[in-house]
Design a protein around this ligand. Sequence first.
Ligand code: ATP
Length: 250
Amino acid sequence: MLLSIEALQVCYGHVQAVRHVSLSVTEGEAVALIGANGAGKSTTLRTVAGLMVPKAGQIRWRGQPIHAMEAHRVHRLGISLVPEGRGIFPQMTVLENVLMGAYGRKDKVRVRSELHELLGVLPRLQDRLEQKAGTLSGGEQQMMVIARALMGQPRLLLLDEPSMGLAPVMVQEVFALIERVRVRGVSLLLVEQNARLALRHSQRAYVMEHGVIRQEGRSSDLAADPLLQEAYLGTSLAETAGCESLVSKT
Ligand code: ATP
């Protein structure tokens, strides 16, 4: 098992954002964490990344406990968070932002060749390397922060709302990049408001509500679950699947 979380609890002061979360990600797997606003999904990711200290529970990486580790040590293990809101350095160039992901790496020749390879599949970034990152479109920024994370050679990417605020065409491009990352063997833990998208791009998924995992299973099974469709997937999935009768239209 690459990542396992057992009975996790996380608080902000008196607010308990995560009440009971147990989940796992295996090598090469894409796992989605879906659920409504405020369910505690981002908090779960931030805690795995070492940005928050849990109140209780265990987080293990290849069997070793990591929940007491500081974020930079967690990152060094190969766990990389792509945060909601992206966390770009707007005044720095695109190239400088991407290279921030390789900070601390000594293998500079390898860094150069990986950068070259990565930019080869990201022509939008390739054409904008000297542009200030703050002037990129939302989708371009999202690709840039994923590229930045990849420069750190992660084994697990924690993706927080990668589709947030993006035009549909950019959502497609960002998820094409995510798919490419997965095919290359990097595991993914994907938090998404857009449950349909998340289920389409994952093998397994967990449904979180009020700080608790309510449901888990294969993404294809969850996508076909009528109750889940009603709660999280809106009418569009049912309509495209030709099963309008399953979905309440009221
Ligand atoms: P969203 O999709 O809206 O980001 P989420 O499922 O990711 O939702 P979290 O962001 O983890 O949920 O928030 C879970 C709960 O923790 C919410 O009730 C939220 O108000 C609370 N919370 C989040 N961040 C903080 C903070 N910095 N201080 C206090 N409470 C917070």
